[in-house]
Design a protein around this ligand. Structure first.
Ligand code: F3S
Length: 391
């Protein structure tokens, strides 16, 4: 890899061991994937913030980095942590709270923004063609496919190193030739709601592994539908991008795969594992809700109160919650909780006695059986809210 004089000095340790180790992580990664240089990034987004998923091992490294006083050199944001301070932190034991807050402190010392969301693009949308180093897989697919930004799917350490150095190795999704569609998907059914978009992602991820699909036949969709599609596509597969048809795209020679109504139905069915139809928790907001989604929830609730004793969580970022203040108030008057900084998957639902989770997110339904040891019910937003309100 070609390094500039300045990059070489960092690599040789002239700016201290912490910058050096970050540079070495990036160069090693670049060499592995035949990158020839580092390129500047406009933002980095680090995942693995929740103590539940991070564990103890990496914390010493984070403490050492922040003690060495390294600072980020690009806009740097963080994925959700294990709880929010307003609601869930009170229900978890002190040891978990202390360990989680220590992780957050280390990132803050390095200059990371306390965004604590998997939808950093709602806080500040990256511009088209900008280069990023993002580690949250749902955000990676959204950035590449919907926003037209360029990012690989980073791991936690490489996104952290990129944030500190302000650069990333130029390979993979940073190259135009690697962003071309490789498989043509013919959708032979009309998707009815966000859950079915997620179900499509779930079944495509399994078929495609890491190949970029061009998806023909999607109709009447919102950006939130595409968010659901991308989030679950990235859960079952290693796909970092999907394409939608454009007149200039030649796709006749690509391998073709047809997806039918039956595939979507089977996918939804496989993501509902619960033996009982009574969930303990109804969870909306994977990935974290947009302002529009919060509005929609408030609109559907429409002043009604929750009759059941189950929990309804609507997860979003602090930024969106603040913008949606009026809707949040209406939602919370129903007995639901609009929660920031975390989500059902990365908090300790087991410790809260939650055994069955109902959600409209195919991604949550995919992960909850392993990460939450919970049974799942996958259903569209309206049905989830009906269950929450009416029991
Ligand atoms: Fe975000 Fe949690 Fe889903 S981090 S993408 S809401 S699993």
């Amino acid at each position: 890899m070609h390094l500039t004089k300045e990059e070489e000095r960092i690599y040789e340790g002239e700016y201290g061991w912490a910058n050096q180790i970050c540079m070495k992580i990036l160069v090693r990664l670049g060499e592995l994937f035949d990158a020839t240089r580092l390129i500047p990034i406009s933002s980095a987004h680090v995942s693995g913030i929740s103590y539940k998923t991070l564990g103890d091992a990496p914390v010493e490294f984070l403490e050492a980095l922040s003690a060495a006083a390294v600072k980020v050199n690009a806009r740097a944001t963080l994925n959700p942590q294990g709880f929010d301070m307003a609601y869930l932190s009170q229900r978890l034991d002190a040891d978990l709270r202390r360990k989680q807050l220590n992780i957050l402190k280390q990132f803050e010392k390095m200059g990371f923004t306390k965004s604590l969301t998997c939808t950093p693009y709602y806080i500040e949308e990256p511009s088209q063609d900008s280069h990023l180093a993002w580690a949250e897989s749902s955000a990676v697919v959204y950035a590449n496919s919907v926003l037209g930004a360029w990012t690989n799917r980073e791991g936690g350490p490489s996104a952290l190193a990129a944030a500190i150095i302000g650069k990333t190795p130029d390979y993979g999704m940073h190259k135009a030739e690697n962003r071309q569609p490789q498989v043509s998907i013919m959708l032979d059914t009309q998707l009815q709601n966000e859950t079915e978009f997620g179900a499509l992602g779930n079944c495509l991820g399994k078929i495609l592994e890491d190949k970029i699909p061009i998806i023909h036949g999607l109709k009447d969709f919102s950006r939130e539908d595409l968010k659901q599609l991308g989030a679950s596509l990235a859960s079952t597969g290693m796909v970092n991008m999907f394409r939608l048809p454009r007149a200039s795209m030649k796709t006749e020679k690509l391998e073709k795969i047809t997806i039918e109504n039956e595939d979507i139905r089977r996918s939804v069915e496989s993501l509902s594992t619960a033996s009982k139809s009574k969930p303990d928790l109804i969870f909306i907001g994977c990935p974290h809700c947009s302002l529009n989604e919060i509005k929609k929830v408030a609109h559907i609730i429409d002043g009604r109160k929750m009759k059941s004793r189950r929990e309804l969580w609507i997860c979003t970022s602090r930024f969106v919650r603040e913008k949606a203040r009026n809707y949040v108030q209406k939602i919370e008057e129903s007995g639901a909780h609009v929660i920031t900084d975390t989500c059902a998957v990365v908090t300790w639902t087991e410790k809260l006695g939650i055994k069955t989770i109902m959600t409209n997110s195919a991604k949550t339904a995919y992960y909850a059986p392993t990460l939450n040891k919970a049974e799942t019910l996958l259903a569209p937003l309206k049905e989830c809210l009906k269950t929450a309100l009416e029991g």
